[in-house]
Design a protein around this ligand. Structure first.
Ligand SMILES: *Cc1c(COP(=O)(O)O)cnc(C)c1O
Length: 466
């Protein structure tokens, strides 16, 4: 499988190189040159498979000659055996034909574990083969950092440095990062905000000379293709559990960077019958404004009860724009350059084409709390604020009651106890058993000033072979 850039100018790469690369050299994102396609008979034959067997069938065409089939199967068995629920991604019914797929049964209680548990193993495998080492450098406002640390904690060829804004992440989120023990794990609390952290990471990727040429940086944010690839699987999993592929499905996806829902779009293109995808956003609603009015325009960032979706610009949206423009990289490049300067639209027929599949909704904090409370009253089931946004959007945008509507449950409510309390539900969501002692575990992190030279010097000094 070859991968090409959405801006059309960077060289095509194979799977291994795409795994180790962040942005393409032309500033674009990598996508497969062509997608595998499965017919209904083949998909039907996957009924009853375990999650990791299904994952093999869906993902192997993307990996093919980079990893022998048996090694990849073994990697997937290990990856999905760390999930706390035997079904890995269990479905919970809310109402007639309405479901939540619980994607928060992994080690850090958010869906990012599906991809990052695999990404850590893939990186280590490829680096072992190549006798190479990488430094992962990432910024987090919460979920990505802990999932990345958990995913890489046993990697021999990876050091991981995660920057979080000092005293500005929730205590559960901080402890999920700082209590993981391991020589290769480094948490840096920056005296600044999330944007400061992200800027330092970006600049460091642009100029890696502080590493002295002895190692290189690798990315774990959702611009990494392997993360998208791993998320395609659970769309097949949900469909097969509910009568697919012989009936079509609708999905509602709490959306920030557009990675998770883009995986659903790919599942459809690979042959899975999906009739509707709902983009569920919070008040940071650039995608909702685009889908409802064909206007793509950045607004100020707002802080909401669903912090993992507090994003001004969704980087993976570029991958959809590439398809909507007939895979014309130059058209995407021009569009996004213009979008950086002011509002843009796309040709009406392209926008209408997107609207055949996608609907959208923006849900504010009050409606988020109302939904948490309503679902608790109706079902005695607690939603986290991100999933609540998905459920609310699913109900507002539903096209056909006969089509099962599945909301992706992106986080465990125990990760966001403040939002649950604010909704007026009087029960406190307990941490699952494997994390019950989180508040007793020893923390390890270094506080550094908001200064890139200091951060880079710290990394240069503390990676494994420094
Ligand atoms: C990351 C995250 C999202 C957003 O997912 P994207 O792939 O960035 O659209 C939604 N909910 C939770 C809980 C998350 O951690």
């Amino acid at each position: 499988m070859r991968y090409i850039s959405t801006r059309g100018e960077a060289p095509a790469l194979g799977f291994e190189d795409v795994l180790l690369t962040g942005l393409a050299t032309d500033g674009g994102l990598y996508v497969p040159e062509s997608l595998p396609h499965f017919d209904l008979e083949e998909i039907r034959s996957w009924r009853g498979l375990s999650y990791s067997e299904l994952a093999f069938n869906v993902m192997y065409p993307f990996v093919d000659d980079a990893i022998p089939a048996d090694d990849f199967r073994k990697m997937l068995d290990e990856t999905y055996s760390v999930f706390a629920h035997k079904a890995v991604a269990p479905l919970v019914q809310l109402d007639t034909n309405e479901w939540v797929m619980e994607l928060f049964r992994g080690p850090t209680l958010a869906f990012k574990d599906f991809a990052l548990q695999l990404l850590g193993r893939l990186l280590d495998y490829v680096l072992e083969k190549r006798k190479q080492h990488v430094v992962i450098m990432g910024a987090t406002s919460g979920d990505t950092g802990s999932a990345a640390i958990e995913g890489c904690r046993r990697c021999e060829h990876v050091d991981i440095f995660i920057l979080h804004p000092y005293q500005r992440v929730s205590e559960v989120q901080r402890r999920q990062m700082t209590t993981v023990q391991g020589e290769n794990i480094h948490n840096i609390a920056v005296r600044g905000n999330f944007d400061d952290c992200q800027r330092m990471v970006k600049e460091s990727f642009g100029n890696q000379s502080f590493l002295g040429g002895k190692t290189q940086l690798a990315a774990v944010n959702s611009i990494n293709w392997a993360r998208i690839m791993a998320q395609i699987v659970y769309y097949f999993h949900a469909s097969l559990a509910l009568g697919g592929p012989d009936r079509s499905m609708a999905f509602s996806v709490p959306t920030g960077n557009f990675g998770d829902i883009f995986a659903g779009y790919l599942a459809k293109k690979m042959g899975l019958p999906i009739s509707q995808l709902v983009i569920a956003t919070n008040r940071n609603d650039i995608l909702h404004r685009f889908m409802s009015g064909n206007k793509y325009e950045q607004h100020q960032l707002e802080h909401t009860l669903s912090p993992s979706m507090d994003i001004m610009v969704s980087s993976n949206f570029e991958r959809l724009l590439f398809d909507l423009h007939g895979r014309d990289g130059l058209a995407v490049k021009t569009l996004l350059e213009n979008a950086a300067k002011g509002p843009v639209s796309i040709e009406d027929y392209r926008w209408k084409h997107a609207r055949k599949l996608f609907d959208s909704d923006a849900v504010d904090d009050k409606a988020t709390c109302d939904t948490i409370r309503e679902i608790y009253e109706q079902n005695e089931y607690l939603l986290d604020p991100h999933t609540a946004i998905g459920v609310r959007a699913a109900r507002n945008c539903r096209r056909d009651q006969a089509v099962p509507m599945i909301t992706l449950g992106t986080a465990h409510p125990a990760k966001f106890p403040d939002a649950v309390a604010e909704s007026g539900v009087s029960v406190e969501p307990p941490l699952p058993a494997h994390m019950a002692d989180l508040f007793e575990r020893e923390e390890r992190y270094t506080v550094l000033d908001n200064n890139i030279d200091g951060v880079q010097a710290f990394i240069a000094k503390h990676w494994k072979n420094a």
